[in-house]
Unconditional design. Structure first.
Lengths: 345, 340, 344
């Protein structure tokens, strides 16, 4: 009797699973726009961000969806809950199995994703890196959102601007320790600080990592305030980190200033409070838009990713592919009290 | 564990000896913390500053509240691994409710505590009514609750700006210089401690944990006791989740990940025996404070963060070894039998 | 009902579940039945599955080892550290396996010689090993491993859709299955799990057995760390975080009783396939990870609740039957209804 009960329960469970899947699957994917004729085979691009519960990548996704609608292609986004390379790889392999036209990926770690991306490319799937680069060779094109050295100089500049007389201790609050983009920016900022006499009196005392997690970042920021009582500026080149640092500074009533890369909507209050008078970013939706377009150009053969190729993207302009197949979106914006109210993202 | 009930004076003496040991454990924890505190204060004077002690004790209070709940469960010879998921789910739900302005702050917080209670009751139901072993049940609910958390989050987070203005201020309120959260934690510890020591229910909790067969013979309803402690643990985890949200502001679905290890470590360090039947909630709360202080000390002494986990591990091992050693000695002395 | 029959029934349930899930998968995704997909299926859970095999033995013997994910991390970190220092892999790999054995032996000694409860001991070593991994390697990652190594980790046996690490899993499953089900050592493991004192009195070297099992668990976790490094072409100190939960879930789902004394290797293998197919189907249909988490948690709970509820119902029905037709001889043993020991 219990034997039958057990089987019955299993069947019921399996049936429920079957019934639930189509319902949930519909919510997860996004439908392509009507009123245009898709190509044959249809252009389908799967975006795999560093993590899915991150507003930065959601903003990029809106740009990508716009591009998908214009090009009459399909767009969907999957990814891990945590910005962790080991969790990201199964999404890459499963995406490859679905044989999309292209995969766009913001790598959690440059090397960990190489075997799976290489396998995808071998199967004819185009790979476009964006935001955070896989190791060179494991992608067709990498869309850099901003000129690295430009950002490095800007971060140093803003720290200088916020430290009294460009003098004093500063610290960096970054994302994950493996994040290639943050590490590149920080390295260039450190170079700038070391080589330019203008910054001679700024002392970068430490770099801590908040893993793009709000709690971790807040705890790290608190640690900075406690460990370095003479700290003048926290530089956080991550939208999660800068917000957490500003919150902590405000909560503690501290004099430390916060700068880095952040969303205007998040940071507006801190600009007005004087905690974060200047910071920057770029148009994140444009990043997604450009990435999708580049994917489509790779798929239809207009470009191959070789250095020196040029192409044009509507609404954004002309681009040239640089060394290591890198394309740069453009310069960063600076946000401060004079323009903070003009932006809404 | 097949010791027979020996309603002799030696068991009574054993009970009193165990209490003395527990007192000594609490006292030695306090002593260790004082020594540690002095050491750190000498090396890094900002340790004693208000701006350091307040956030540290606030965080310790949150963990201590959960540790009290976990201690109750462990005393009954069970374990609740799902506390971090309850905290996370409550923290996110409250944040989401506030961001949508569906309820005002007090109502949302009450909802959060109530949600914790309900989740704890679900755990209690699984363990007492359905007789699922606690470790399996709470392992399952750990996944289940966290999964629901991610599901309702839908990949978003609630940022500070979406919360009512001033919502996170209570984390920094102090009354006569003592942070509000610390007072709340102390209140929780005092009330729970009184219930455990002065009421019949409290004695039943210990009885169920130390000798379930004897407890059954004495007519104690094990199911009711176990259900209650799991419910209380859920309620306290919910309260801690609400406080977590007030402390951190920005909440995403991963909130409170890793808290389970901290809480179990705190309880073990605080002298609660993993086999059940002994230990105090005061000890558990002190354990939570101790571990938070160690973490803070590492930061201030500029030691590599990476030693923290290894130290947690060593501390747990030492605490358990010490406990086990002492209790076995006592048992051997008083019951004249080699226990396993 | 004999143990064999009860176990066979559980494995049948799992097998049916796997088939049902495969059917679901084939229906909802056109690529599900491709060779490519089979390869991906097992890949994500490879290390977890490998660690689940000795874990099953440990739990059947009445203990538990929560530190496996941290030993994986430690092994990964040490391997990376040695590689970065120029030590060749043919020295590095055996070194980490030895470290695994030592770590496992530490667990075993603390449990047997010092008589500490394994739940807390391995909780402590979980933190300790992870901490050591972080001290050894810090936050950095080590990469640029030789190609043969990363090919082994990621690619399939040539000409088949079977990933190399899966071969290791299969071999380990066969070996441990043989030991558990066909040798005296296996019978001792069951005996110790059912009644440790009785086993001791019948001459089973309980301490030696438990020590060996913990050591085995440590070595296999270290091996899983090597495979993890190969698969991701990168060594990091946080490797394996969160895996212990999944390992224990697979073991329990496989029908191993948490109190010890019951469970089979085929059950664990089937449970692995169940979770692997479930995860794969969910990912392919772009159902989020949270559903997977919910499904895993629910499966785990159901795997214990369903048999228990079924048993209660069966006993209730028997009671009704007994009241209607009182038996002439004795009681039907209601001993099962009283449940096992109330240990954790």
């Amino acid at each position: 009797m219990s034997r039958h009960l057990g089987w019955a329960a299993t069947f019921v469970g399996a049936a429920m699973l079957v019934a639930s899947v189509p319902v949930v699957a519909q919510d997860a994917s996004m439908e392509p726009a009507a009123a245009c004729t898709p190509s044959d085979p249809p252009l389908s691009v799967i975006f795999i961000p560093k993590q899915v519960n991150n507003p930065y990548f959601d903003a990029a996704a809106t740009g990508a969806q716009t591009a998908a609608d214009e090009l009459c292609g399909e767009f969907s986004q999957v990814g891990p809950q945590n910005a962790n390379a080991a969790e990201q790889v199964p999404f890459i392999t499963d995406a490859t199995t679905q044989a999309p036209s292209a995969i766009a990926i913001a790598a959690d770690g440059p090397d960990e994703v190489v075997p799976s991306l290489t396998a995808a490319m071998e199967q004819g799937v185009k790979v476009v890196g964006y935001d955070s680069s896989p190791a060179a060779g494991a992608y067709d094109v990498f869309v850099n959102q901003v000129d690295f050295s430009g950002v490095g100089v800007l971060l140093a500049d803003w720290a200088c601007e916020l430290a009294p007389d460009c003098t004093g201790e500063i610290a960096v609050l970054s994302a994950a320790e493996t994040a290639p983009n943050q590490n590149a920016w920080i390295a260039l900022m450190t170079d700038t600080l070391a080589n330019d006499a203008k910054y001679a009196n700024l002392d970068l005392v430490t770099t801590v990592y908040g893993n793009d997690d709000p709690q971790d970042s807040a705890t790290q920021a608190q640690g900075l305030l406690q460990t370095y009582p003479d700290l003048k500026v926290i530089v956080a080149p991550t939208t999660v980190g800068i917000l957490a640092a500003a919150q902590v500074v405000k909560q503690q009533g501290s004099d430390v200033k916060v700068t880095g890369l952040g969303f205007p909507n998040d940071m507006r209050e801190y600009v007005k409070d004087g905690i974060s008078p200047v910071f920057g970013l770029w148009s994140v939706p444009d990043l997604g838009y450009l990435t999708y377009y580049i994917a489509s150009l790779l798929v239809d053969g207009t470009i191959t990713g070789a250095e020196g190729e040029t192409f044009t993207v509507p609404n954004l302009g002309d681009y040239t592919i640089g060394p290591d197949s890198v394309v740069t979106l453009g310069p960063a914006f600076r946000f401060d009290a004079s323009n903070i109210d003009e932006f809404n993202f | 564990m097949t010791e027979t009930v020996a309603a002799t004076s030696s068991e009574g003496r054993l009970g009193r000896m165990v209490t003395t040991v527990a007192r000594q454990r609490e006292a030695s924890l306090v002593a260790v913390m004082l020594i540690l505190g002095v050491f750190v204060a000498v090396q890094a004077p900002q340790f004693l500053s208000v701006s350091n002690l307040v956030p540290v004790t606030v965080l310790a209070s949150i963990i201590a509240i959960v540790a009290v709940g976990e201690a109750l469960v462990i005393i009954t010879r069970n374990v609740d691994l799902s506390v971090e998921a309850i905290m996370g789910l409550v923290a996110f739900s409250v944040a989401e409710i506030l961001s949508r302005k569906a309820l005002d702050a007090p109502a949302a917080m009450a909802f959060g505590v109530g949600l914790g209670l309900v989740l704890g009751m679900f755990n209690g139901f699984l363990v007492s009514a359905l007789r699922v072993p606690a470790i399996v049940a709470t392992l399952g609910t750990l996944s289940l609750f966290r999964g629901f958390d991610y599901l309702i989050a839908g990949g978003k987070q609630v940022t500070l700006t979406e919360l009512p203005p001033g919502y996170t201020d209570p984390a920094r309120w102090t009354i006569v210089g003592v942070p509000l959260f610390v007072l709340i934690a102390v209140a929780v510890v005092v009330v729970t401690s009184l219930v455990l020591r002065q009421t019949t229910f409290g004695r039943q909790v210990y009885a169920v944990g130390s000798n379930p067969d004897a407890a059954a013979i004495l007519g104690i309803r094990r199911g009711v006791v176990v259900f209650t402690v799991f419910s209380v643990c859920g309620l306290l985890s919910g309260l801690a989740g609400v406080m977590w949200g007030i402390e951190f502001g920005t909440i995403n679905a991963g909130a409170a990940t890793g808290v389970t290890l901290q809480v179990v470590a705190a309880v073990v360090v605080g002298g609660v025996n993993i086999f059940g039947g002994s230990g105090t909630v005061v000890g558990a709360a002190l354990g939570a404070l101790f571990l938070t202080l160690v973490s803070n000390a590492l930061i201030l002494l500029r030691l590599s963060q990476f030693w923290l986990e290894a130290i947690y591990g060593l501390v747990i091992l030492l605490a358990v070894a010490a406990d086990s050693f002492v209790l076995r000695r006592l048992r051997r002395t008083f019951t004249g039998r080699r226990s396993r | 009902m004999t143990t064999i029959r009860r176990l066979v029934r559980w494995e049948m349930l799992l097998a049916i579940l796997v088939v049902a899930l495969i059917a679901v998968g084939a229906t909802v995704s056109p690529v599900f039945l491709s060779a490519n997909n089979f390869s991906n299926l097992s890949a994500a859970l490879t290390e977890v599955a490998i660690m689940a095999l000795p874990m099953a033995l440990v739990i059947i013997a009445g203990e538990i080892d929560l530190s496996v994910e941290a030993m994986l991390g430690l092994s990964c970190a040490v391997l990376g550290f040695l590689w970065a220092e120029g030590v060749p892999l043919w020295i590095g790999i055996p070194t980490v396996l030895i470290i695994g054995a030592l770590g496992g032996a530490l667990n075993g000694l603390l449990v047997t010689r010092f008589m500490l409860p394994s739940l807390v001991v391995t909780l402590g070593t979980l933190a300790l090993f992870r901490g050591l991994a972080l001290v050894v390697l810090g936050p950095r990652g080590v990469s640029r491993f030789p190609e043969w190594f990363t090919t082994f980790g990621f690619r399939n046996v040539p000409g088949t859709p079977i990933p190399w690490p899966f071969v290791i899993f299969a071999i380990l499953a066969i070996v441990l299955g043989f030991i558990l089900h066909r040798t005296w050592a296996g019978r001792h493991i069951y005996a110790v799990g059912r009644n440790v004192e009785a086993a001791r009195y019948s001459g089973v070297r309980v301490d030696r057995l438990k020590l060996s099992l913990f050591t085995l668990s440590g070595v296999v976790a270290a091996l899983a760390g090597v495979i993890f490094t190969a698969r991701f072409a990168s060594a990091r100190a946080d490797a394996g975080e969160g895996m212990t939960l999944t390992v224990v879930t697979i073991v329990l789902l496989g029908g191993v009783n948490i109190f010890g004394g019951r469970g089979t290797i085929p059950g664990v293998v089937l449970a692995f396939f169940t979770l692997a197919v479930l995860g794969n189907v969910l990912r392919l249909t772009r159902v989020s990870t949270e559903m997977q988490s919910i499904a895993t948690g629910a499966l785990l709970i159901l795997s214990v609740v369903v048999p228990m509820v079924a048993q209660q119902l069966k006993l209730a029905i028997e009671r009704v039957r007994r009241d209607r037709h009182p038996p002439s001889v004795g009681h039907i043993a209601g001993a099962e209804a009283a449940g096992g020991e109330e240990a954790i």
